[in-house]
Design a protein around this ligand. Structure first.
Ligand code: NDP
Length: 322
């Protein structure tokens, strides 16, 4: 089977299509024929070495597909079921094996591409608005990269909970996408300093929470956008990792809090992952959540997908179709 591997860290030139045997399904595992693999920023960190990995590494963590073999001890999943998963390493491949607790069953009526798109970025947006900062009606949130994969989902989930979204984006097309997804205001942070504009939009008060997946380039402005006792959620490094900083700044800026969460800790049990998946799938089914597919690529085009994501050219979810 074809699979994407990197035998060293680096740019997209390290991405190679390799031919591997179809993995064998153990007694406690299932074998899945991949329908769609999600492309996520974390895949670029694992490729570049920002997140160091044992090498060679099979890339990709997210996907959906049909179960084609089931181990003897597995219950509740049978051949032919459509499943989706947010965190199985090596998902840029034609087949993957996993434990049944790594995936969720996809309800009838939800297509494989949408199910895949709902996993890693969907569960991330879900834990950010429910468990990291529980958005209440009337709250105001600043969402950076509001037209990105996680960003578009955050805009929708926050506004569905009665929250107000101020989004930042780098193009007019992305501004339009964020507004369509529920942002009330968008700021072109490529053109203006966003923190003073956030103050202006909030009558000098600031926002309750900042969801910042951009990292290094936005961190200071994000702190400056918060209201007294606000929460800074730094959850990604699209522009680079946030350097160490002086905690005393938090007291002088209004007793602020900072959290650096990661998805694995918010889907640590199958029950919690299932809860998040159920809520996301229900919202997709009733039409209140749209997973925007921003681009599809073949496995051979994986370098192009990474280039597009890293060069800020994309909006919504990117998928590899093996
Ligand atoms: P996106 O689709 O949001 O793509 C990243 C976006 O970041 C770009 O489109 C761009 O939007 C913006 N950006 C700003 N500066 C840069 C830069 N210098 N280089 C590249 N992009 C930049 O990606 P994802 O939805 O996959 O991920 C968003 C963030 O969330 C990432 O940082 C990712 O690591 C993080 N994440 C964290 C998780 C966690 O649990 N902690 C889980 C999942 C994702 P614009 O052009 O509008 O500026």
């Amino acid at each position: 089977m074809r699979s994407v591997q990197a035998d060293r860290h680096g740019g997209t030139e390290v991405l190679a299509i390799v031919d591997l045997p179809v993995p064998v399904c153990g007694p406690d595992q299932i074998l899945v024929k991949v329908a769609a693999s999600g492309v996520n920023f974390i895949d670029t960190y694992q490729r570049s070495g920002l997140y160091s990995m044992p090498l060679p590494v099979g890339l990709g963590r997210e996907g959906s597909g049909l179960v084609v073999a089931v181990g003897d001890n597995v219950q509740g999943i049978t051949e032919g079921h459509l499943v989706a998963w947010p965190g199985v390493q090596g998902s840029y491949a034609e087949y993957v094996v996993m434990s049944p607790t790594d995936c969720v069953l996809v309800p009838v009526g939800i297509e494989p591409n949408i199910a895949c798109a709902a996993m890693l970025q969907g569960m991330t947006a879900h834990y950010l608005v429910t468990s990291v900062y529980n958005i209440q009606s009337g709250d105001t949130a600043l969402v950076h990269a509001a037209a990105g994969g996680v960003g578009l989902l955050l805009c929708q989930m926050i506004s569905a909970r009665g929250g107000h979204v101020i989004g930042t984006v780098s193009t007019q097309a992305k501004a339009d996408a964020a507004l369509k997804a529920g942002a009330e205001h968008v700021i072109r942070y490529d053109q203006e300093d966003f923190a003073p504009r956030v103050r202006e939009l909030t009558n000098g008060v600031g926002v309750n929470v900042v969801y910042d997946g951009v990292g290094k380039s936005t961190f200071d402005g994000s702190l400056a956008s918060l209201k007294r006792r606000g929460l800074m959620v730094t959850f990604g490094n699209a522009s680079g990792a946030v350097p160490p900083f002086d905690l005393l700044r938090l007291s002088s800026m209004g007793s602020l809090s900072v959290i650096r969460p990661t998805l694995g800790d918010f889907i640590a049990t199958p029950e919690e992952m299932q809860w998040r998946a159920d809520e996301i799938f229900a919202a997709i089914a009733d039409g209140s959540l749209n997973c925007e597919i921003g681009g599809t690529y073949s496995l051979d085009q994986v370098a192009q997908a990474h280039d597009d994501l890293e060069s800020r050219a994309t909006s919504g979810k990117l998928l590899l179709i093996p």
